[in-house]
Design a protein around this ligand. Structure first.
Ligand code: NAD
Length: 281
């Protein structure tokens, strides 16, 4: 049976350390501040934003949520971001995605000051990751790497297969794993004979968005399987991995819920604390 990579427990440990750092900043007269902008009333986004607010509260971070109507114009949204860029009390700015269709996401994200871009989606931070320079790393990939390392999964020289090539998960986790000296095939919807790739993987990261897509026959015995997927099936949240079957083959596996999702919020908090520390320390 696979060892569980317990995102909930790892995040709880990390939150204790972050709390100490938030307190240390407060002793220096700095209250950490995160502002989340939510445009429209997408129910999943509302849940994510609420969870971010709870994590802020737990750490003593001043979490502010600005809710804008769905029909907000691009100019107004950018004007708000630029105002927040200038506010000293705001260390991190996060624009909750997806945005309503009439708004241009990459254009909007480009206006967040790279130092306050705690989601790590600004093109400057993405470019830094790509070229191996220090910058803000996107929360989900950062959380995955933290989870693998904390679980003692060997990385250097190993084959790490990533499925999914999105800008927020697939591409950045591929880069992080490459920086850890993994060999990294990056698979996607046009990949031929996907299972031939996945069966070679010492580390398998599934970021597809299809329930129970990864079956036991696709997994190399002993592999570390990271399930990024969040899919709602009959009112239940399930991942991209057929957990019950894959657990019997894998060496390590992350559950859904209680895996990568917990790490993601924790890394958002870490990126926010780091943004405040850069100003003060
Ligand atoms: P996306 O839709 O942008 O990308 C999905 C990727 O899967 C695409 O690159 C596509 O090429 C690939 N794909 C689709 N069908 C495939 C197939 N048959 N074979 C191989 N590849 C295929 O999604 P995303 O934003 O990267 O998110 C992926 C999943 O992770 C979703 O379920 C999302 O909800 C979840 N997610 C979770 C967290 C978290 O914190 N746990 C964060 C972000 C996303």
């Amino acid at each position: 049976m696979a060892k569980i990579m317990d995102g909930k427990a790892l995040a709880a440990e990390q939150m204790i350390q972050l709390k100490t750092r938030v307190d240390a900043l407060r002793d220096k007269g700095k209250t950490v501040g995160l502002t989340v902008i939510l445009v429209g009333d997408n129910p999943a986004s509302q849940v994510y934003v609420r969870n971010k607010g709870k994590a802020c509260q737990e750490l003593g971070i001043l979490g502010d949520t600005i809710v804008l109507p769905a029909e907000t114009s691009q100019e107004d949204l950018i004007a708000l971001i630029e105002k927040l860029n200038r506010e000293k009390a705001v260390d991190g700015i996060l624009v909750q995605l997806p945005l309503p269709r009439h708004l241009n996401e990459s254009e909007v994200l480009r206006h967040i000051a790279p130092d306050k871009d705690v989601d790590g989606f600004h093109i400057e931070n993405a470019g830094k990751l790509f070229t191996g320079q220090p910058g803000v790393v996107a929360c989900t990939p950062k959380g995955i790497l933290h989870m693998l390392k904390a679980s003692g999964v060997p990385l250097s020289g190993k084959e790490a297969v990533v499925i999914g090539r999105s800008n927020i998960v697939g591409k950045p986790i591929a880069m992080l794993l490459l920086n850890e000296n993994c060999t990294v095939p990056l698979c996607h919807s046009r990949t031929q004979d996907l299972a031939a790739h996945t069966r070679r993987a010492d580390i398998l990261v599934a970021a597809v968005g299809k329930p129970r897509f990864i079956t036991a026959d696709m997994v190399k015995p002993g592999a570390a399987v990271v399930d990024v997927g969040i899919n709602r099936v009959d009112g239940k949240v399930v991942g991209d991995v057929d957990f019950e079957q894959v657990e019997k083959v894998a060496g390590y596996i992350s559950p859904v819920p209680g895996g990568v999702g917990k790490m993601t919020i924790c890394m958002l908090m870490e990126n926010t604390v780091e943004a405040a520390e850069r100003k003060v320390l």
